[in-house]
Design a protein around this ligand. Sequence first.
Ligand SMILES: *Cc1c(COP(=O)(O)O)cnc(C)c1O
Length: 294
Amino acid sequence: MNRNRIFLSLSQQSGFEQQYIQEALATHWITTGGPNVDAFEKDLENYLGNQAHVGALSSGTAAIHLGLILLGVQAGDEVLCQSMTFSASANPILYLGATPVFIDSETETWNLCPLALEEAIKDRIAKGNKPKAIIAVHLYGVPYQVEAIKAISDKYNIPVLEDSAEALGSSYKGQKCGTFGDIGVLSFNGNKIITTSGGGAIVTKSKELKDKAVFFATQSRDDAPHYQHSEIGYNYRMSNICAGIGRGQMEVLDAHVALRRKMHEFYVDLFKDIEAVTVFTVPNTDYFANYWLS
Ligand SMILES: *Cc1c(COP(=O)(O)O)cnc(C)c1O
């Protein structure tokens, strides 16, 4: 084995993870949902601010899937999606039998191009198929052009699903990524800025919408004394053990962001005299990137 291997993302722990896991084991909360899940959601809500409501799920992909359902996406619909992204941004469109329409990126943030987006919306409307949702991504932790995308979303009344899987800790004009879309998505996969081993979260603007997401994520079991299900359910809730890791990770989130940003500085400095190389950097000081990947 090559001992000089540099890992893309090696998890760093705060030490509190074990304490929260131990608590879960000692109290027999070894299940989906539970005290660690509730507390992790609170931690995330406090961190994101902006009156965010957070539902902890088994993955970011699950959050995108439920997010699209909450936005009313159904079989036969079209969903506009950033083309330069990880495949998980788009896969849930196909889970629903809907069709992705991929939109190119601009060069400032490498994310959804507002001009291409509007052109596509006009084209689809002219052809009689108004898109149901827009999936915008903060790729590599760099915020997309939040205001321009929101303006188009408002103009055509098409909601935004904000894929913030890589951008926990990033912000635009001081507002945290994950809170811009009609629905926001976070990931705590092993390679992300913080990890729960595997996990994700849906961020909503109301408690009702969060509760609905958690309802879907826990098999859509109706409020009845017996087993009764009126809607299709999913098994997408976060485990109470994983949430214990998440609670511990929240203690080191800002430190992780600072380290990634330092790594970015390192590359900027390393390549500063090499004309052929530019290190991808935010366009101006409105943008604060976690630089999850440089
Ligand atoms: C990681 C990632 C996802 C999926 O998150 P999981 O928790 O791994 O399911 C979705 N979108 C982007 C941009 C990602 O980087």
